[in-house]
Design a protein around this ligand. Structure first.
Ligand SMILES: Nc1ncnc2c1ncn2[C@@H]1O[C@H](COP(=O)(O)OP(=O)(O)OP(=O)(O)O)[C@@H](O)[C@H]1O
Ligand SMILES: [Mg+2]
Length: 253
């Protein structure tokens, strides 16, 4: 059954693309049929995170009515299916008003990486979705803007699955999780720490969950993916020790 989940935010740069890729990848690892779509057509970079710099058919061609959606679907070496958007200036102006229509042949879970805020493009993406997940950083500007997007989605009769808090440093200047839940009127689905390994995963053109499956954020994504599909995920015992050994080339378990 088709299920469209838009990964949204009030503020740009909070980690939507990072979350979209890794949540989709975690769902894929649980055996779910999933496709990830880059709907940030004016500032697309999902393809770049996964090593797709130029590709013959992109989302813009499908939205323009020129191509079948299947022709714009690529399979990453990790097995994750993606529909990238063109990265050049010529393709920036592209209406997303037909997004739901063009996605209709895909009968599986679709994770949509969205533009930030409440622009016309962002509203078109929310309109196309069944559910939203809002990404925020633990700071006021990001949280207050996230609330605006959540309220807008609610007014559009979309279900908010919850909020993901990303780039947590755990310092005294951060807004605490309980306060974020109150301010956004939503449950927190996952808490992801600031980590240099995110940059590494982009450099390696792979989801973090693939290059570092025992990373604390990878474990969070697996918990969340399992929850979304009604399964329970039990992480391995001694996960930190195993990760340390694995990252040093020792696989003794
Ligand atoms: N947990 C994290 N730790 C460290 N860096 C991170 C983390 N999450 C995201 N980043 C970095 O922050 C930058 C923005 O992330 P990302 O592109 O996923 O955000 P976005 O919300 O999709 O941005 P935009 O609104 O521009 O589309 C990227 O360079 C990414 O590597
Ligand atoms: Mg993005």
């Amino acid at each position: 059954m088709q299920k469209i989940i838009a990964i949204v935010s009030g503020k740009g740069g909070v980690g939507k693309t990072f979350v979209s890729i890794n949540l989709a990848s975690a769902l894929h690892q649980f055996g779910e049929k999933v496709t990830i779509v880059d709907a940030d057509v004016s500032a697309s970079n999902l393809g770049l995170h996964l090593g797709y710099y130029s590709f013959p058919v992109k989302l813009q061609d499908v939205l323009a009515g020129n191509m079948d959606i299947k022709k714009a679907t690529y399979v990453h070496p990790s097995g994750l299916k993606l529909i990238p958007s063109a990265i050049d200036l010529a393709n920036c102006q592209c209406s997303l008003s037909k997004l739901r229509d063009v996605l209709s042949p895909i009968d599986e879970t679709i994770i949509v990486d969205s533009p930030p805020g409440l622009s016309a493009d962002a509203l078109d993406v929310i309109a196309a979705a069944d559910y939203i997940i809002a990404v925020t950083n633990p700071e006021l500007p990001s949280i207050t803007n996230a609330l605006k997007v959540i309220q807008t989605a609610q007014n559009m009769k979309k279900t908010t699955l919850g909020v993901i808090v990303n780039r947590i440093y755990n310092d005294q200047y951060e807004i605490k999780s309980e306060e974020i839940e109150i301010m956004t009127e939503s449950h927190i689905l996952a808490k992801l720490k600031e980590s240099r390994d995110v940059k590494k995963s982009i450099f390696l053109k792979n989801p973090l969950i693939v290059i570092d499956p025992l990373h604390p954020s990878s474990i969070e994504f697996k918990h969340l993916a399992a929850k979304l599909i009604g399964k329970k995920y039990v992480p391995p015992n001694y996960v930190s020790v195993k990760r340390f050994l694995r990252n040093n080339g020792i696989n003794v378990f």
